[in-house]
Design a protein around this ligand. Sequence first.
Ligand code: FHN
Length: 429
Amino acid sequence: MLRKLVVVFSLAVLAVAQTQKVPPERLKAREWFQNAKFGMFIHWGVYSVLGDGEWVMNNKKIPISEYEKLAPKFNPTEYDPAQWVSMAKNAGMKYITITSKHHDGFAMWGAKQSTWNIVDATPYKKDALKMLANECKKQGIKLFFYHSHLDWHHPDYYPRGRTGQSGGRPENGDFNRYLDYMDAQLRELLTDYGEIGGIWFDGWWDRPDAEWRLNKTYSLIHSLQPATLIGNNHHRMPFEGEDYQMFEKDLPGHNTAGFNADAGIGQLPLETCETINRSWGYNSTDKQFKNTSDLIRYLVRAAGYNANFLLNVGPMPNGKIQPEFVERLREIGQWMQKNGESIYGTRGGPVTPRPWGVTTQKQGKVFVHVLDWPDELLALPKIANVKSAKLLATGAPVEWKEIAGGAILRLPQSARDPLDTIIVLETSR
Ligand code: FHN
């Protein structure tokens, strides 16, 4: 017992110490992030030309000399960032996280450190990220960059890690020089692209024992833009200097996809990401689209777990987003227009997630999201000071009866929404 108390106390001290070091503008940004709740993930790069996902180089063992031939074929003349941004906004998304560089090392902006980038290596020649950054600013949506630590293309990414072994790179290289290169890229992205909401790192897991100089990289980012949030998809508890914790293809605390064996849930803002079909980067044969209801229910569950939902699209090589994605985003947006009050600005509610659904809460309101009615009646544990219970959709009162240790909700079948019946409990605080 004493040991447990000491551990709890030390964790509390650590949490306070970490918060104390965080400047006010970043604390504000973290709060903004938690309120935003819903973002668009974009995986886009030269791999889209092959329509076989963003791992195609590794999975098909394509040597660098061959893979580089994709760049001259990448000419997204139909890329319209204004359309992308308004699509995200109409879906109810408040930020966009786009791949500045994925594991293939290809830079989607006019990077000065190498010609392996969209401006120098493709017939398109335009800086896709600059165009998107300008549009995000214009339409008032925050922009985050996904940046891969792991690099299958750079010769100095050496010793190599678990992946990217078939590129045909020399058996030598200077890892620190690679990190300098990556820091220089980040410096550029945080200097020339306006206000950046966050950097979403990925690929650390390729070399978990390497000296990644994270402190140096994180300090660089925060010195250039103190309010930029840092997240790292290392599938572990957050490291020092990070601002949010992400979960891939799983709700916090779950591990159905196999990424989160070592990830507990920390104190920082949370985010979970998911695909619409089964691919991140464009995949022309993947037709296993989740339906809109399931995507909305995932968003609702994420909110109940106190987490944001980052929903992915993988644009086509011509710059268009495929119609199956567009349709689902539009439908999610329609739902958010009506029910967003129970998602935006909320935190996980007083009742922890249950098999029947989740709760969210904000200023004097608890939203009970019943995703699967267990029965005619729904029993809830005690929620303090409930004044009234109403349907969010119509404002109609809902039968609410307090009993010893909790309360009972009753709602006739006809008043339920099979997607999500949202009951608003007004509480006096
Ligand atoms: O390897 C990547 C994958 O391509 C994709 O970017 C996802 C997104 O969460 N993360 C990786 C694996 O953890």
